[in-house]
Design a protein around this ligand. Sequence first.
Ligand code: 5AD
Ligand code: SF4
Length: 444
Amino acid sequence: MKKLHIKTFGCQMNVYDSARMADLLAPLGYEPTEDPANADMVILNTCHIREKAAEKVYSDLGRLRLDKETRAKRGHRTVIAVAGCVAQAEGEEILRRAPHVDLVVGPQTYHRLPEMVARAERAGGRQLDTDFPADPKFDHLPKPGAAGQPSAFLSVQEGCDKFCTFCVVPYTRGAEYSRPQPDILADARELLTQGVCEITLVGQNVNAYHGGKGGLGGLLRALADLGVPRLRYTTSHPADMDDDLIAAHGDLDQLMPFLHLPVQSGSDGVLKAMNRNHDVADYYRVVDRLRKVRPDLALSSDFIVGFPGETDADFQATLDLVKDIGFAQAYSFKYSPRPGTPAASMEIQVPEELKSARLSSLQTQLNNDQETFNRACLDRVMPVLLDRPGRHPGQAVGRSPYMQAVHVEDGEKWLNQVVDLQITAAHPNSLSGVPLSPNAKACA
Ligand code: 5AD
Ligand code: SF4
């Protein structure tokens, strides 16, 4: 067997794509390895959403060049591929800056990897494929493999037509595309037969899904009917939270009470400049309606500070929104100008020091709120899917319904099961729990 190492940057979409790349290359004799230095092929599956991600790719490529040279001295060939959104955006530039890279493949063409790899192995020669093909790649991918994990990502939608002025996704991932519902249900059935008990539907704009009757709400209902024990979806746009999707949060026990709903800013002026297509009042309305049908819903969000033209008052409005909503967790970023996006050429860019100061005060508030939310879980009993071993011997780790990491000492025997845990400690980023035995519901 040949060894394949895939390093994944960025979003859950990339995690899904990496797993599919491994599925695609298995028939060519590649098996996964954690060790890039001894791999016959290394794929960097990249993210272009913020500046540092692309820089990290180039620095990783520097390290890989040394590994490739060391292996070559021992008579081994190493194929190096760059996939994902940096591949799409930078294209030829990668081949120019990193002459040891063999393949550059975009997010819409990675189903062609087997041919590209076979060609690279036979004849050598460097190849670039960053097309947006007319027929979707999903039609060319093998059946999904759960790789023995009880929790799986399932891609239902890709690309985005929203064109938020800060974002590269519409350019790197292309136009919005929803997979037909029957194809998704077939994949879900396959995952269930492999013992999966939690499916997270992924897409850049997953609640814009329109590949079947009833949009994303209809798809979630169909998956619940199919018998998927736990469902989640990410990532969503506030303007696409339609009535049926909101109702599904109240109707479906299988749908976990956690929603990642990026708001980006608490200022109407900034939201308008971002072309977000909703205002602050719309966001509150959606949250109120969700909480009405599912009072324990935990919310998460994304924030950008220092968007061009953001004033102190705009930033204060973001802090006010954060205080009002009370997020269970959130991601926050300094605005990073992405070449080719409208916001990058807006005149009033916010100085770096001010962005840093705002980020740090926003994160203080968000971290406090996360800790408060975690503390409120103390002594509660919740069903946790223990899906991986922890760092301590015998420890198991899983996700609470609210997406918190939960650690269980001596929990190994519960792995791959949903276990009712009593929460015994709350930390800033995680919880600890003990099983209320004997109550595990085996699911994988
Ligand atoms: N600068 C900073 N953050 C960004 N995001 C997307 N584009 C940028 C950018 N140019 C953030 C948004 C989005 C998340 C995935 O990344 O908050 O929701
Ligand atoms: Fe980017 Fe906006 Fe589309 Fe999200 S909705 S992927 S932020 S353009």
